[in-house]
Each structure stands twice: as C-alpha cells, then as structure tokens.
Design a binder for this molecule. Structure first.
Ligand SMILES: NC(=O)c1ccc[n+]([C@@H]2O[C@H](COP(=O)([O-])OP(=O)(O)OC[C@H]3O[C@@H](n4cnc5c(N)ncnc54)[C@H](OP(=O)(O)O)[C@@H]3O)[C@@H](O)[C@H]2O)c1
Length: 273
C-alpha cells in the first residue's frame, strides 16, 4: 500500500477500528485527517503515529450527534485541504452505548440514525466537490451485517424502540445511501462502497455492549483498507462487502422506491434542500 501524496479523512479514528485504519494509512504515506470527540485520545494516536515514523495527522474535533458540528467539520476540512482522495465514514455508536433507552441527537433525531447515518450522509455531500476535483477518489461507508428495514412511518423509532433495531436501521441506511450515491456519481470517477468490517471486533463499542469479541481490529481494519485502497476496487462502486468479499445486503437496499424515499428524507433532515 503506497498512499504517498494522498489525503484521507477517517471519522471516528480516535478509537477502535478507525484508529487502526488511520495508523496504517499514515504509515503508508498518506496525509491523514483524524476525527473524534476526545482531544486526549487524538493526541495519544498522533504520538503513536509519529513513533511509527509517519507524519503527524491533523485532528478534527466534532460531535456528529450535532448537524451544526458536522457541517463545521466539513467546512474545516474543505478550508484546510486542497485535495481529498479518500473519505472513510466510520464513526458510530453501538446498539447499547449510553444505555438501553431511546436517545436523541442535538437536532432531535433518533441518535443512532443521526450519528451512524445522517452525519456521514451530510459529510459525503459537503465533501463531494473536493473528492470530485481530485478523482479518482473513494468513499467508504463502514456499515454492518446487522441490518433492519426502515419503517418510513416511524424512522425515529418512537414506538417499540430497541438499541439493536436502531443500530441495524442506521447501518442499512448507510448501505442504501451507498447504492444511491454510486448511481448519482456514475461517470465522476468518485466511487462509493460499504462494508461489514468484521464480526464483534475487540473495540469499545463491542465491549460496552457486553459482547465477547470474536474478531480482531486488524481483521476489520484490513477489510476497510481494502475498500479504501485496493487496486481490485478501482472503478467499482455501489457494492456491499462482508469483510473481504462482495455480499448481498438486506433486500430493502435494492428497493428503488425505498432508497428514493430515504434520500428525500435525508436531504430534508440534513438541510441539504
Ligand atoms: N466493532 C465491531 O465488531 C463492528 C462490526 C460491524 C461494524 N462496525 C462499525 O465499525 C465502525 C467503528 O466501530 P468500532 O467498533 O471501532 O467503535 P468504537 O471503538 O466504539 O469507536 C467509535 C469511534 O466513533 C467515534 N464516535 C462515536 N460517537 C461519536 C459522535 N457522536 N461524534 C463523533 N464521533 C463519534 C468515537 O469517538 P470518541 O473517541 O470521541 O468516542 C470513536 O472514534 C462503526 O461504524 C461500527 O458500526 C463495528
């Protein structure tokens, strides 16, 4: 992997699999833009990357449960960098983080839908001009095999809330967005793919959920790096991968009407229209 001259943004890179991906990309020579909420965790990662002999990453602090903060993150990246080659939309919260009850974002949306999906949707659109200008470029949406169909009558899960349903709905939304955006970007040489990195990696999200880890961060991280940099992915777009292999997502992902509905709702909720 040679990423010299490339600029890469990885959201949620202060912890877990994003941290590993950021480190590997920095070692491969990329200019790495790391993101999270916690400055101390970002500093520790910067030190680790420098110790590995790579260039110091640039840290962006933003809480993706606020669309205002999300917009500011995109604006700061656009202001600071003339090129962006890869955007890895990885930040996320698990099904149980913060307790079993329904939570809402700063904008009043169901929290997992907001952080795991809407923030990445907004960032992708705000960053697109930069990605297009430097094409070929890539977007990688870190989703999951945990997928639940969206009930368009209750997207914010005000009835029968469960953390696992909220998580799985947000993850399917990411995959639906990936397919939709890939169609929109045909001919632009900006590709967008999504994946399930690995099952129950040993990360904060999994441990806080009380689940015994089954995979390593390296396994999931290498699957993300494959989509972000793999030569075999050049020109391929709109796909879903289970780790290293192309896979089928939940059937709602292939429902044109559902994707159209999700796009209209997302544009409205993020203020893009
Ligand atoms: N772990 C698994 O087995 C697994 C399986 C399938 C898919 N995934 C997906 O992989 C991605 C990474 O998960 P992980 O297991 O590495 O999780 P993790 O260790 O809990 O790390 C999550 C990252 O997201 C950031 N984040 C969380 N909430 C945020 C918010 N409101 N605003 C900004 N940043 C926020 C965290 O930042 P802070 O440092 O500020 O907390 C952290 O950097 C997620 O999208 C997850 O759904 C994970």
């Amino acid at each position: 992997m040679n990423m010299a001259g490339k600029t890469v943004l990885i959201t949620g890179s202060t912890d877990g699999v994003g941290r590993y991906v950021a480190t590997q990309l920095a070692i491969a020579g990329a200019k790495v833009l790391i993101h999270g909420r916690d400055r101390a965790r970002a500093k520790a990662l910067s030190e680790e990357i420098k110790r590995a002999g790579a260039s110091e990453p640039t840290f962006y602090q933003a809480d993706l449960s606020s669309l205002t903060d999300t917009r500011k993150l995109a604006d700061a990246v656009l202001a600071d960098h003339g090129r962006l080659d890869v955007f890895v939309s990885n930040a996320g919260i698990g099904s149980q983080n913060g307790g079993p009850g329904r939570q809402t974002s700063a904008d009043g949306y169901e929290l997992r839908f907001a952080v795991n999906y809407l923030a990445g949707f907004l960032l992708a659109y705000r960053l697109l001009p930069r990605l297009k200008a430097g094409a070929p470029s890539r977007i990688v949406n870190v989703a999951s095999l945990g997928q639940h169909p969206i009930d368009f009558d209750d997207v914010m899960l005000t009835r029968d809330y469960s953390g696992s349903r909220a998580y799985a709905q947000s993850k399917l939304a990411q995959i639906m967005f990936t397919i939709d955006l890939a169609r929109e970007l045909e001919g632009s040489r900006v590709t967008v793919n999504s994946l399930h990195p690995a099952t129950y990696m040993n990360t904060t999200m999994v441990r806080e959920g009380g689940i015994a880890p089954m995979s390593t961060v390296e396994q999931g991280g290498d699957a993300i790096l494959h989509l972000a940099t793999g030569d075999d992915l050049a020109g391929k777009s709109g796909l879903f991968f289970n780790a290293m292999r192309e896979a089928k997502a939940h059937s709602q992902a292939y429902d044109d009407a559902a994707r159209k509905r999700l796009r209209a709702l997302s544009l409205e909720l993020t203020g893009l229209i």
